[in-house]
Design a protein around this ligand. Structure first.
Ligand code: UN1
Length: 520
């Protein structure tokens, strides 16, 4: 798909009733337009984005609040159908959306297709869940002459704050869950991937989601966030991103006067894999590389720390080093590319600094290489590329933070030291994914019981959770739950009500028949 003619004019008009100004009008009125460059090639302009102003935030909130009663009273079936229509639209625009993920987020083509697939899955899954949860009130037992019904409704205005690493899938997952549950949504995607979000919003509107139920806000979360979230009209926040940002959102929600508001957060990880001496290095190798380096390591589920039992450590390290050099780091638009760029200059700088520092304390290191330079590309690659790196370190204490990119840390352990490996993983405070490779089933289940994480993967890679199959999310520093793509996610976006009616009163049920159907 050729996206060159595609720019922010279209989305601005289409997405938000409060920001219908064209790009040129915005410029004239002082709104700054930012040119977005592609992480895969800095010479490539992806489009232009106009950041939302404080006045727009305020009017968006007002619009959402005013529209909430209408959206909330819209039958759940209608809302679910709009999600399914949006899923169909994404499928028929797959090439365009995949290409946009590749251009704006530097995703490989396969990752771009997977994004669309996951976004579609979220829509269809939450549509089904919403019908189950909100289709009919639950009749509760009660004395004769009284009827008691339990039902769920949306909470009000939800703010959805999504990350750049899954610019379509996670953006969609949060927004459609909040919408189908009957909330009005203000969607605030990561600045780096505003255009993908804008395109998704335009398709949602085309699918029948009213413009007043879903509005797009663009800009830097650190600037927009405090103003927006300190407003008590915001009933809840769905957030995926860094642990630090989740803490600050939590503080803002807790500090405000009036309703506290709920937070559903999915944050970082310091994900480990434990490989014991019964595992076969050649089998483990593929799962390790995929878990650590797919999507350039920019998944919160990605493997960061590989614990290898000492008996097989030399052998596994040798196999890994060899395989690492085979990985193709290149422009993501080539099908042969395994690892694309990281998202931006800041991410690249931080990762390089980490590799330099940790490298000084490492026992062994292997680095892949960036292809394309001076070979198939006449001018070389000009994006944020980083050679994937493996370093051997002594303990998890050497890692103070999550390093979000293609860097894997290896630590040897002895059979006697398994308990301290488990303690160190638990003491990191993160609890997202865990990989276990062993041919001893009871050993695997024993580790699984002792490590406090949200998702454990035994004898396979530890990324790529599938909606409805592996509901995804962690605990501790990794998030609040409930798991996205699981049966308990949607209820968190709703609030429960109980309606008690004295059916023996004058007129009885007959007078109240008109209430029926009005409870979603
Ligand atoms: C994230 O990277 O922010 O299982 C979470 C997976 C993805 C992870 C999404 N669902 O790899």
């Amino acid at each position: 798909a050729d996206l060159r003619q595609w720019d922010s004019h279209q989305w601005h008009a289409a997405s938000s009733p409060v920001s219908a100004a064209s790009l040129s009008e915005k410029r004239a009125s002082g709104g700054a337009a930012e040119t977005m460059h592609s992480p895969r090639d800095l010479r490539e302009v992806v489009g232009h984005v106009v950041w939302s102003t404080p006045e727009e935030l305020q009017s968006a909130l007002q619009v959402a609040e005013q529209f909430f009663p209408t959206w909330s009273a819209t039958p759940v079936e209608k809302r679910a159908i709009a999600l399914e229509k949006f899923a169909d639209l994404m499928e028929s625009n797959l090439a365009e959306l995949m290409a946009l993920c590749c251009r704006e987020a530097g995703k490989t083509m396969q990752d771009g297709i997977d994004e669309v697939r996951e976004a579609v899955d979220f829509c269809r899954y939450y549509a089904v869940q919403a019908r189950k949860l909100m289709g009919k009130p639950e009749l509760l037992p009660g004395p004769t002459g009284e009827s008691n019904e339990l039902y769920s409704v949306g909470r009000g205005t939800f703010v959805c704050i999504s990350p750049w690493n899954f610019p379509l899938a996670i953006f969609t997952g949060q927004v459609v869950a909040a919408l189908v549950a009957g909330n009005c949504v203000l969607a605030k995607p990561a600045e780096q991937t505003s255009l993908i979000a804008a395109r998704a919003v335009a398709l949602m509107h085309e699918a029948g989601i009213p413009a007043r139920a879903l509005q797009l806000l663009l800009g830097d979360g650190a600037k927009i966030g405090p103003d927006l979230l300190s407003d008590k009209r915001v009933a809840g926040v769905a957030f995926t991103g860094s642990t630090g940002a989740a803490h600050s959102i939590n503080r803002t929600l807790a500090a405000r006067d009036g309703a506290i508001g709920i937070l559903i957060a999915e944050t970082g990880g310091q994900n480990a894999m434990i490989v014991d001496s019964t595992a076969l290095p050649e089998q483990v190798c593929r799962d390790v590389l995929q878990s650590a380096f797919a999507s350039a390591g920019q998944r919160c589920s990605a493997l960061r720390v590989l614990f290898v039992q000492e008996d097989i450590a030399d052998q596994l390290i040798e196999v890994l080093g060899g395989a690492l050099r085979e990985l193709r780091v290149d422009d993501p638009r080539y099908l042969s590319t395994d690892v694309g760029p990281v998202i931006d200059a800041e991410a690249l700088g931080n990762l390089k600094a980490h590799i330099r520092t940790i490298g000084e304390h490492s026992r062994w290191q292997a680095r892949g290489s960036v292809h394309g330079v001076g070979s198939s590309h006449a001018e070389g690659l000009q994006g944020h590329y980083l050679a994937p790196t493996i370093v051997e370190i002594d303990s998890l204490d050497q890692l103070q933070a999550e390093h979000f990119g293609p860097v894997l840390h290896v630590i040897r352990y002895s059979a006697k030291g398994l308990t301290s490996v488990i303690d160190s993983i638990n003491n990191s405070g993160f609890g997202l994914t865990l990989g276990i490779h062993t041919r001893n089933e009871s050993a695997a289940l024993d580790i699984e019981r002792r490590v406090r994480v949200g998702n454990t993967y035994i004898n396979r890679n530890q990324i790529g959770a599938v909606v409805g199959v592996q509901p995804f999310g962690g605990l501790g520093l990794s998030g609040t739950g409930p798991k996205a793509g699981g049966p308990h996610y949607l209820p968190r976006f709703t609030t429960e009500r109980v309606r008690t009616i004295n059916t023996t009163a004058v007129g009885g049920n007959a007078t109240l028949l008109s209430l029926e159907g009005g409870h979603d």
